[in-house]
Design a binder for this molecule. Structure first.
Ligand SMILES: C[S@@+](CC[C@H](N)C(=O)[O-])C[C@H]1O[C@@H](n2cnc3c(N)ncnc32)[C@H](O)[C@@H]1O
Length: 229
């Protein structure tokens, strides 16, 4: 994203990325967040106001499948960790809308985790595999959305270029340690693993982390497509 550009972020949540986008495009640009959950949209508006970018950054409450923007009206349409949570028909509809509102020569971008690329260094391989599979298969509409992005972009008429960002976490206070805690508990609650197994698995992981030996990674697929004629 460059200075002076107009950008729409679909599924902006509480607006953390809107602020970075606004600081990048500056006052000559425009940033619009799309967020269907009113509570999150309110939080995003508060964040925009306190960052002092409200004159060129705002949030509207709507779904990605039915955007109210004009055809070919923005330079960049992007979305981050949203498509994983949408059923496939809504993914196709949202990408079609993002293409429709993007100017010819503009960019459509999506970033999604690929949940089956989650690695955790733990001595119990079979239980670790069960927890990763539970997260991939049961916690979102499709945990493979990341690897599907290049195909989905091509099907939407975009020339897709994909790169990978690998998140690497090594501390107990990290995002991936918190994900381990959350998903092992959810796996036990859903009956995918036993409560005792969950407690023992997490105890071992915590002991490892306290010895400075926590290591976990997950891949994000970043897909950029240019809107052709
Ligand atoms: C995991 S959060 C990601 C939020 C933000 N993009 C981020 O990276 O922090 C998913 C977001 O997608 C929004 N969302 C869910 N369904 C949507 C839809 N149909 N269209 C647009 N956004 C949607 C949710 O309300 C939520 O804010």
């Amino acid at each position: 994203v460059e200075s002076g550009e107009s950008v729409v972020e679909v599924g902006c949540g509480t607006g953390a990325m809107l602020i970075e986008l606004a600081q990048t495009v500056g006052k000559k640009g425009r940033v619009l967040g799309v967020e269907p959950q009113p509570g999150l949209a309110i939080d995003a508006r508060r964040r925009i106001a306190s960052a002092g970018v409200g004159s060129f950054c705002s949030v509207i409450e709507e779904h990605g499948q039915a955007l109210s923007f004009d055809d070919e009206s923005v330079d960049v349409a992007l979305t981050q960790t949203v498509l994983t949570h949408l059923p496939i028909d809504d993914v196709h509809a949202t990408l079609a809308e993002m293409v429709r509102i993007t100017k010819l020569g503009g960019r459509v971008t999506a970033v999604e985790q690929d949940c089956d690329t989650w690695t955790i260094d733990h001595p119990d391989r079979s239980l670790t595999r069960a927890i990763v599979a539970f997260n991939n298969d049961e916690r979102s509409a499709d945990g493979w959305r990341g690897r599907q992005l290049p195909r989905l972009f091509t099907e939407a008429g975009l020339d897709a270029r994909a790169t990978i960002h690998t998140q690497v976490d090594t501390s107990r206070g990290s995002y991936l340690f918190a994900l381990c805690e959350r998903i092992v508990e959810a796996s036990a609650d859903a009956g995918a693993i036993k409560n005792q197994e969950a407690a023992s698995w997490l105890r071992t992981l915590t002991e490892q982390a306290e010895r400075g030996c926590f290591f976990s990674t997950i891949n994000y697929v970043i897909c950029v497509g240019t809107r052709g004629t």
